[in-house]
Design a protein around this ligand. Structure first.
Ligand code: AMP
Length: 284
């Protein structure tokens, strides 16, 4: 595995690989890797000649009150983990990725008014900013993202379509702990007691899915059941529990033919957990 820090070096390598006819799979991450990340890298390995993984904790996607400084980092462990199945580990410095006088940013419309977009102002603009840069530098054929961050996949897909990025996005299933908790780098923040409670978010989403499978169509009824469940489990801070059209996160009053996503964000102490489940009425 080659470790590349320089932007121009990464770009030169990637362009050279493409001219040699090699396919490039790209997995962008913020590091502190867990099996969820590894599942993306493994899929990229199977489907491409070359695998590039980035590790970059991206300041613009963190709000001023968020955990940028405290975000867990362990580059040595990540390197060891990736060594055997990654061709290039790209870990640029912040000063190289962002010039101090940058003047161009992203504007996201309705996709940003719901779910995490509403509760984390500026977050997805920051995500698009870094991914647009990465896509230009790495020129990947395929980009691997996790369903765990479902809204991110919807927003990034729109950027790829609207800005004509010539790449295919591949969304990989959420990897979970044995009790259902979605794996996340932030899970290390949880105390023992919080860790015991944490799977209840998945439990609430599963309950929502149960009602969908029982052909409950009224989204408000489903959301109410999920919320009651979390309140019974003692969760007192819920950013949102929602049911939205999967394609564009549009409002759903009644679940009819469109695939939908059940999504939630809760706080356990100072740790924010997110999770989601998809439901396609035609596959039920
Ligand atoms: P992050 O390092 O948190 O920015 O995540 C990097 C990529 O890994 C994103 O595309 C995430 O959606 C994906 N990811 C994070 N957690 C999981 C998980 N539990 N299962 C699958 N993919 C994940």
């Amino acid at each position: 595995m080659n470790v590349v820090e320089s932007l121009s070096e990464m770009h030169t390598i990637a362009v050279h690989l493409r001219t040699e006819g090699k396919s490039i799979g790209f997995v962008p991450t913020m590091g502190f890797l867990h099996p969820g990340h590894v599942s993306l890298v493994e899929k990229a390995r199977k489907e491409n000649d070359i695998v590039i993984v980035s590790i970059f904790v991206n300041p613009p996607q963190f709000g001023p009150q968020e955990d940028f400084e405290a975000y867990p980092r362990d580059m040595e462990r990540d390197r060891t983990l990736l060594e055997s199945f990654t061709d290039y580990l790209f870990c640029p410095g912040t000063f190289h990725m962002y010039r101090p006088d940058e003047k161009i940013g992203f504007h996201i419309d309705d996709l940003n008014k719901v779910l995490c977009g509403f509760f984390r102002p500026g977050h997805f603009e920051g995500v698009l900013r870094v991914l647009a840069k990465f896509f230009h530098l790495v020129v990947p054929h395929r980009v691997y993202l996790g369903q765990k961050d479902f809204q991110q996949t919807v927003v990034v897909r729109r950027m790829v379509e609207d800005l004509f990025f010539d790449l295919t996005m591949i969304v990989c299933p959420t990897m979970r702990e044995s009790d259902g908790l979605a794996m996340s780098s932030r899970n290390v923040y949880l105390s023992l007691e919080q860790r015991k409670k944490a799977p209840c978010l998945y439990g609430a989403l599963r309950l929502g899915l149960y009602f969908l499978l029982k052909e409950e169509k009224n989204s408000q009824v489903i959301i109410r059941h999920m919320r009651d469940f979390l309140e019974r489990k003692g969760i007192d801070r819920i950013d949102y529990l929602d049911l939205r059209r999967a394609r564009d996160l549009g409002e759903v009053k009644r679940v009819e033919s469109d695939p939908v996503v059940l999504a939630g964000a809760i706080w356990l102490g100072s740790t924010r957990l997110i999770d989601n489940l998809l439901f396609d009425p035609y596959e039920a």
